[in-house]
Design a protein around this ligand. Sequence first.
Ligand SMILES: [Zn+2]
Length: 344
Amino acid sequence: MKVGKFPEGMDPIEAKKKVGVFLKSIQQDSKPEKCILCGQNKTSFCNSHSVPRMCLKNIAVNGKVLQANGLIGADVIDVEKGINNSGTFHFICNECDNKVFQDYENPDTWTEVAPTDKVLAQIALKDVLLMLSKRNMETLLWQRAAEKGNIGGMDYMKMVQELDIRDFTDEMELYKGITTDTKEQFKVIFYEKLTYVVPIATQTTFVLDEDLEGNLINDIYDTSKDVRIQSLHVSILPLEDSTVVILFYHRRDKNYRRFHHQFNCLSYDKKLEYINYWIFKYTENYFFSPTIKNILDEDEKLQLLSQENNGVGNLGYVLGPEDLFYECVKSDEVTNLLTRQFSL
Ligand SMILES: [Zn+2]
């Protein structure tokens, strides 16, 4: 059996409904009482987009985009969804959502020149809010699952989640404090405004465990309390007739310095190749234009890559001997959706 697939004999529509009801209840019950940004008590929260709606709109067909789980192979969740419900979270109030993210959700912000710290801080803040909202839901999800039966490794999971929440909260406070007057906070590794529209949109934070020469950047297995995992931020923002590609980190995350130099030495094509590769290898908050469904269906390497987790295939679950001897997919083996060839 594949993880995320329906067991044989199960009615997929019935199962999807059940999963839907369960996830909805988790979403409802994990709703915070206060807006995490302004601290005010709230009863309703904003339907915040992790990838700006204005970007999803540019790759949608009839208002719909394809979700990452279509590629990852998790049948239990809908593959095609309206842009109103794609990559959204409910964690901050409407006032904050309208106020805090104004600049980067404005197409005029994106010129040939890399954006200011203020704009980058808005992206980074959105990224950590999404992660905090996810961890918050996962904590409840694990709790509910544990109530239903015996699950191994619960204590470990709990500890990792708590450390994650601590680190993301710390990052949130850092990015909140960045304003127009703050200078030289972020290191932009790559910024490019492509002159075509790519069929994929993403915005997320992720962690590189090693650099391009195999040196350690983050020891993701070290769970000691004094270790802070350092993250990168990546955005692919399709605009009306162009696409913004941006990769950056905060300057306090010094572990990325050497990697930054290595990346600078790559050719332009290789840079795009790696960014495309990391999105599938390390992240899950990406959306496709339905027009490239055939490419996703046919590229088996891309499917395998999207299912990798910590160097293991099948979402990191070792279900059989073939998973133990899994060989990781390489960056030049998958379709590079950021090249002009696949533009819309
Ligand atoms: Zn608020």
